[in-house]
Write a new protein. Structure first.
Length: 334
């Protein structure tokens, strides 16, 4: 069967290969074998491929999320053969078939499309993690405002929609006036500010209307995180959940000491170590998000596995709306 692998770290367009590998082992107790039908190319996947890889030149599997159909179930598994499922692992899901723990998959109802199922876990669970972290601030959900940087991204849009549902006030921040206009049309009740304007920081303060700016969510890092810190009220927090900026965050100790500000980080990889109870709860919540907010699971484009290079190039582009997906058809080498 075919699998996507890397032998070293580097530009995904250069280091990713589609190779023939052995079929996965038959599932043991508590395991299932899944025929993968579709997977997303997340920015986080590309970052991992670019910065880490096997040091011995042997091929290593890549890819953290996929959807497919259970083709074999091991002893003690309650999921039936033929059930459509979504999966999250820290690597190795970009392949035609995979054997995984049944605890790492969630059954997908017929009401959700493959396109939504392929994005079912990583982005919604990231949103859940961000909301939990943000709500540690006492004002969130009351008079406090959350700044949502890169709000046009897949996670950013889901967070905006989910926050509105839970009556949490946000201000969207984007890089261009065009993106601001698009978001304003999608979320007419949520203020949006473009950093293309020289006075964007004052516009953020105006949008807050005197309410405390309690938390800023930032997938960028670097100077963007520092700019967000400067907007927070005393006691506020920046939560960094991405590595888009190449430069470090410029930070003076006085920023933290004199205004009692905090900066922290999280990513989906840390969720892999969560308790079984937390994981079950979050998977159920991800399903609820997919049902309630399916319109926000946008798709930028879908490519066949044989055109992985184009999919990777598209996923690396800025300014796109939605996820780049790859469709897997067993036995089709196109």
């Amino acid at each position: 069967m075919r699998a996507v692998v890397q032998r070293r770290a580097g530009d995904p367009a250069d280091v990713l290969e589609i190779v023939d590998v052995d079929s996965p082992p038959a599932p043991g107790p508590g395991q299932v074998t899944v025929a993968v039908t579709m997977f997303p190319v997340h920015p986080g996947d590309l970052q991992m491929i670019a910065t880490s890889g096997p040091g011995d030149g042997r091929p290593a599997g890549v890819g953290a999320e996929a959807t497919g159909v259970v083709v074999t179930a091991g002893p003690g598994v309650l999921i039936s053969v033929g059930t459509r499922v979504s999966m999250f692992m820290l690597g190795g899901l970009w392949r035609e078939r995979v054997t995984v723990s049944a605890a790492d998959v969630v059954p997908v109802p017929d009401s959700l499309s493959d396109e939504v199922a392929a994005q079912l876990l990583i982005n919604p669970i990231t949103v859940l993690m961000l909301r939990r972290a943000a709500q540690r601030h006492v004002s969130v959900g009351f008079d406090g405002v959350i700044l949502n940087n890169a709000a046009a991204s897949s996670v950013g849009r889901l967070f905006t929609a989910g926050a509105a549902h839970h009556h949490i006030d946000t201000i969207s921040i984007v890089r261009s006036d065009a993106r601001a206009e698009q978001l304003a049309q999608r979320f007419p009740d949520v203020p949006v500010v473009s950093t293309q304007s020289a006075d964007w920081q004052q516009r953020v303060r105006d949008a807050a209307g005197g309410r405390p700016i309690a938390v800023a969510l930032d997938p960028v890092g670097g100077n963007a995180a520092a700019d967000l810190l400067s907007l927070l009220d005393p006691g506020g927090s920046v939560i960094v959940y991405g590595l888009m900026a190449p430069e470090p965050i410029p930070l003076h100790a006085g920023t933290l000491v004199h205004r009692d500000l905090n900066i922290s980080g999280l990513n989906i990889g840390r969720w892999a170590g969560a308790s079984a109870e937390q994981r079950r709860s979050d998977m159920a919540s991800a399903l609820a998000i997919a049902h309630g907010l399916a319109a926000h699971f946008d798709v930028a484009a879908t490519y066949p596995l044989g055109d992985l290079r184009s999919a990777v190039a598209h996923a690396a582009q800025s300014g796109k709306t939605g996820a780049v997906l790859v469709r897997v058809t067993e036995g089709d080498a196109s």
